[in-house]
Design a protein around this ligand. Sequence first.
Ligand code: HEC
Length: 118
Amino acid sequence: MKKILYLSIAALILSLSACYYDTEEELYPNSFSGNTDTSNVTYSGTIAPMLATNCNNCHKAGGNSPNLTAYANVFANKAVVKSRAIDGNPSPMPTGSLMSLANRNKLAAWIAAGAPNN
Ligand code: HEC
């Protein structure tokens, strides 16, 4: 009897941890529309529009700090932007849930490249 209990617990843990690794691509292989290509990522063409759509409602002059509407501010805050918007640490940005995987990959690639003003 105990054995069955242990086995059920093990099965439960396994099924729960399996969910942890699910990704949008794996769950919806045919409908995943995110472009995870990180080549040709630029501040002006990729990052600024991404921040405008996902962050600047709140992070603007007179809004929540940091103001993420100008390159100099984004550059100065790139470490904390990375931890919030990519790692979700200590809490995710945008508030509640992270951006799409495609956006996070692009933002991560741009920061890893030194967050150039291109
Ligand atoms: C709905 C409003 C809202 C949106 C959208 C939003 N944020 Fe925030 N953000 C906040 C608030 C409120 C705080 C302060 C509370 C906190 O730290 O959780 C904050 C805090 C932060 C901080 C921490 C600043 C510090 O000094 O610790 C960073 C970095 C940040 N946001 C980046 C982003 C990025 C990048 C995006 C877009 C990908 C984003 N936020 C989208 C409201 C928002």
